[in-house]
Unconditional design. Structure first.
Length: 153
């Protein structure tokens, strides 16, 4: 038998239900933090995950947004404008050529610093972030080559 929801879980769930009923965008972590009164945005992340595990909600995560569905009613928050997949959900090939952060620092210290900041901002490990950049760059290069926009050589 499931334990009753905590006060914070109740408040966050109610906030999500209200947003779905009104067809508003999914509440942000900051909005959920304000709704439940906790001290940390990361607490709201864990609460949303608990609500998912309990089957009360389903969350579609995107790179910069999310959409939340209420299991009992089938209602959902408003559709998102940008459906770019979240980096954690993008399949990567088993092996992707990559450059180490040390090599990058030697070649382009300023660029290395920008990439490190971006990886931290996105919550990614630096080596995963660099590998993702290489993978995405390769995909764009191949797409451009197929359209005849890239010279060989």
């Amino acid at each position: 038998m499931n334990a009753p929801l905590t006060l914070w879980e109740q408040r966050i769930f109610a906030t999500i239900v209200d947003a779905a009923d009104a067809q508003r965008l999914a509440p942000t972590a900051d909005e959920l933090q304000a709704a439940c009164g906790c001290n940390s945005v990361s607490t709201t992340v864990h609460i949303v995950q608990r609500l998912e595990r309990r089957g009360l909600i389903h969350v579609e995560r995107y790179q910069r947004s999310r959409r939340m569905f209420i299991t009992a009613t089938g209602k959902a928050t408003a559709p998102v404008c940008n459906k770019t997949p979240h980096w954690r959900t993008i399949p990567r090939p088993k092996s992707a050529p990559t450059l180490s952060v040390q090599q990058l620092r030697q070649r382009q210290p300023d660029l290395a610093a920008e990439i490190i900041r971006a990886a931290h901002r996105d919550g990614m490990r630096i080596d995963d972030f660099i590998a993702d950049l290489v993978w995405r760059g390769w995909q764009q290069r191949e797409a451009a080559r197929q359209q005849g926009d890239v010279e060989h050589g």
